[in-house]
Design a protein. Structure first.
Length: 151
């Protein structure tokens, strides 16, 4: 199995097999070692402020976390010297968010949201990512920085 095949499989897994991602309706638009892009279509179940009809802050944080986690995981795969499915599976079982900061910049108004993530630093055990969430009008809703256990 090649790295590209693994990355496509991991992307499909994030998109189709993680129940929370499916529940929210998160779609993976792009996923490679340099950039991850997610998309989310607004629906009534995602509203946090019913008076204004804005995206729930927890959904915002979740989008940032999913994008950052996927970016860290794909970057981990890309850095592997050789593809060992058993070793990778063991590593994947230990991947998790260590810390995440979210800066909410604007209320989450919009019909469609786009979340972008990139890896800022990737070490042997820890990866740091930077994320941003925009609406369909390119209004920056939130920024995030996260640290993930990757080894």
């Amino acid at each position: 199995m090649t790295k590209d095949e693994l990355i496509r499989g991991i992307t499909r897994y994030f998109h189709e097999q993680i129940p929370f991602n499916t529940l929210l309706g998160i779609q993976v638009v792009e996923a490679n070692a340099t950039r991850v892009e997610l998309q989310l279509v607004m629906k009534p179940e995602l509203v946090g402020n019913t008076h204004h009809g804005i995206l729930h802050g927890g959904v915002t944080a979740s989008l940032l976390d999913v994008a950052g986690g996927l970016a860290a995981l794909i970057n981990t795969i890309d850095k592997l010297a050789d593809v060992d499915p058993q070793g990778l599976q063991k590593r994947m079982q230990n991947i998790g968010t260590i810390d995440m900061r979210v800066d909410y910049l604007l209320p989450g108004f919009g019909e469609r949201f786009f979340c972008f993530a990139e890896v800022v630093r990737h070490g042997h055990r820890v990866a740091v990512t930077r994320m941003e969430l925009l609406n369909e009008k390119d209004k920056r809703i939130a920024l995030g920085t996260a640290t993930y256990m990757v080894g």
